[in-house]
Write a protein that binds this ligand. Structure first.
Ligand code: AFP
Length: 323
């Protein structure tokens, strides 16, 4: 089985970018170890703080954030980082070629139940003409991403990675200590009969999503003419991993539950990297009205409505929004 370096070298990935990716993965290996120790490492449970999103911070969120921040800034090739757990960007080397944005521990409430969690990251080019503490550097659409990936801390630790030449899956070999290629070309089937959505929000969705899901629930007897199954992991990283492995549609649509927060997922370090991975695996990703990777962000912590997965199913869902 192949290691990461030869695979990325074969794709012509710049050596600085390759070493940055390997550095991020080294931090993720350390996070994987801490996660696997669970209660024994004393890292479970909440801190007394909240992040900029107003969400309770788990101890592991903070540990993962500090680990990633430290090693990424030490590479010297990164001009600044932006994290879910940091209110503002953190400046690095003014001459750095890259920007890194990440969610250190997606689905962190799942730590309480020993369920799936993961780290999501996205790498962007750093504009040369801006200062390292200028947050506007990050406001680039998802199409500008040079690389994106997630590390899933599950029964095995897995990596999904794209640099724009397909999406590959790797598995952490704990005996050798590195990730080995286990799926050369992740391919999301075009058609599916599986959806993932938090059904408890149903009454708050917009009419298009209400109708779409109501039609899926009617199964064979309804307009879609087949029975659908439902899954919900409550960690985007786990739900997207299932979509990459066997297809499906994942949605976190806009709702009116809390007027100050109509969308839940974060564009820059959740929706964009996942959209890049999904599109590179033959799937599609949209807000229902536009392609997610075409959105020009206005804020590093911006939220967005997400519908992604099997191409035909995503297109069907978009059609409901266009009616
Ligand atoms: P955290 O990043 O705060 O752990 O939240 C996880 C998440 O943003 C995303 O990964 C899940 O899809 C979604 O929240 C789950 O939300 P529900 O609370 O609606 O299940």
């Amino acid at each position: 089985m192949r290691r990461i370096s030869p695979v990325l070298q074969q794709d012509g990935v710049d050596s600085n970018l390759l070493s940055l990716i390997k550095t991020i993965l080294a931090a993720c290996r350390e996070i994987a170890f801490r996660v696997s120790q669970g209660e024994l490492a004393g890292v479970l449970g909440s801190t007394l703080g909240e992040n900029i999103q107003g969400e309770t911070q788990k101890k592991l969120d903070i540990i993962a954030n500090e680990l990633l921040k430290e090693v990424i800034l030490e590479t010297g090739v990164v001009k600044a980082i932006s994290s879910e757990e940091e209110d503002t960007i953190v400046a690095g080397n003014p001459k750095g070629k890259y920007l890194v944005t990440f969610d250190p521990l997606d689905g962190s409430s799942n730590t309480d139940i020993n369920s799936l969690i993961g780290t999501i990251f996205s790498i962007l080019p750093a504009p040369e003409d801006k200062a390292a503490d200028d947050a506007s550097m990050f406001l680039q659409p998802g199409t500008a991403q040079l690389a994106a990936g997630y590390v899933l801390y599950g029964p095995s630790t897995m990596l999904a990675l794209t640099t724009g030449k397909g999406t590959r899956l790797y598995t952490l070999d704990k005996t050798y200590g590195g990730f080995l290629l286990t799926e050369e070309l992740a391919t999301i089937p075009k058609y599916t009969a599986e959806f993932a959505i938090n059904m408890s929000n149903q009454r708050y969705w917009q009419p298009a999503m209400q109708t779409y899901i109501a039609d899926l629930l009617q199964g064979k007897e309804g307009p879609r003419g087949k029975n659908y199954n439902m899954r919900w992991i409550a960690a985007m990283v786990g739900d997207v991993h299932r979509v990459l492995c066997r297809g499906g549609i994942f949605a976190y649509p806009r709702d009116n539950k809390d007027a100050s927060k109509p969308d839940k997922l974060r564009l820059m370090y959740e929706a964009n990297p996942m959209s890049f991975l999904v599109e590179q695996a033959g799937g599609a990703s949209s807000t229902g009205y536009e392609r997610i990777m075409d959105i020009v962000p206005v804020d590093i912590h911006q939220r967005v409505s997400v519908i992604l997965g099997s191409k035909h199913e995503v297109e069907s869902c978009i059609a409901y929004h266009q009616r």
